[in-house]
Design a binder for this molecule. Structure first.
Ligand SMILES: [Zn+2]
Length: 284
């Protein structure tokens, strides 16, 4: 569970250019092909390649971007050229599976990497006048030479909320969820809306209940493809569950010992549900 309101330690410094180093150290290479990341898998498990290892594979890079420094290690993201990689040790893995393979911090960096790569891919041309864009020197942005429009990496804020009614929590499942899995009410923030307004609206739209005592819980980058999940807790205030059939297949109140299959604690959804279970399983 995410420690509630504890400030995280900074272990990654985003930079536009690599710093001068007194001696060359290996750099991490986050190499993607169609949103899957290249890993080197040998007997002792899977890991990220270094830049040297990536180059030794003989694959080209369609684009490359420096991300910043992870501790003292430079990090680069690249799009792998369509060349077939025949080495047995090379595997392309889904982002969602990385948490168990690389651990929390490197998995989070991979999420950061794919978002920077996709920003680079999607902003090659200006959406307003069609001119080819160029990278700005002073910030991570592209600029259009034709009309001056700036293109920053896109982040789409989304909200997610744990709603409690005495000793029960409201869990719901969408039609697209794996069989038996339940989660929390979540949705995107609309233009012009505060995150608090988005929570109240999403809950009303999806399950028809009103809430009170909204409290911030924490946030998590969610690179599928470019969200920032902003988590809250809330108390039930009134209304009967009335499901939006398009978004919700089932929604119910569950007591802490009746919780069905839910997302793992690598996601903020799982952290919020664990937070509920632990408080009710071990009341003070
Ligand atoms: Zn333009």
């Amino acid at each position: 569970m995410r420690p509630y309101c504890k400030l995280p330690e900074l272990n990654f410094l985003p930079l536009l250019d690599p710093p001068e180093k007194t001696h060359i150290t290996p750099a991490y290479c986050f190499a993607f092909k169609e949103r899957r990341i290249l890993l080197i898998c040998e007997n002792d498990g899977c890991r990220l390649p270094t830049m040297e290892e990536f180059k030794s594979l003989g694959a080209g890079a369609l684009r490359e971007q420096y991300m910043g420094e992870y501790g003292n290690t430079s990090c680069f993201v690249m799009e792998v050229d369509g060349v077939a990689l025949n080495q047995e040790s090379v595997r392309f893995e889904e982002l969602r599976k990385l948490y168990d393979v690389l651990g929390e911090q490197l998995a989070a960096l991979a999420g950061r990497a794919i978002q920077l790569l996709e920003w680079d891919m999607r902003t090659a041309f200006c959406g307003r006048c069609g001119s080819g864009t160029f990278r700005r020197q002073q910030e991570r942005a592209k600029e259009c030479p034709g009309c001056g429009t700036l293109f920053f990496p896109k982040i789409s804020p989304a909200v997610i909320v744990l709603i409690e009614k005495e000793n029960e929590a409201l869990l719901a499942r969408s039609p697209g969820f794996p069989s038996g899995l339940y989660g929390l009410i979540a949705g995107f923030v609309e233009p012009g809306e505060s995150v608090e307004e988005a929570v109240v609206r999403e809950v009303m739209e999806e399950v028809g209940v009103s809430i009170r005592d909204l409290e911030y819980f924490g946030s998590q980058p969610w690179p599928y493809p470019d969200s920032l999940m902003i988590g809250f807790t809330a108390k039930y205030a009134g209304g009967e569950i009335r499901m939006d059939a398009k978004e919700i297949e089932d929604a119910r109140w569950f007591r802490h010992h009746e919780i069905p299959a839910v997302p793992s604690t690598s996601s903020i959804s799982g952290q919020l549900i664990t937070y509920f279970i632990e408080r009710h399983a071990h009341p003070e």
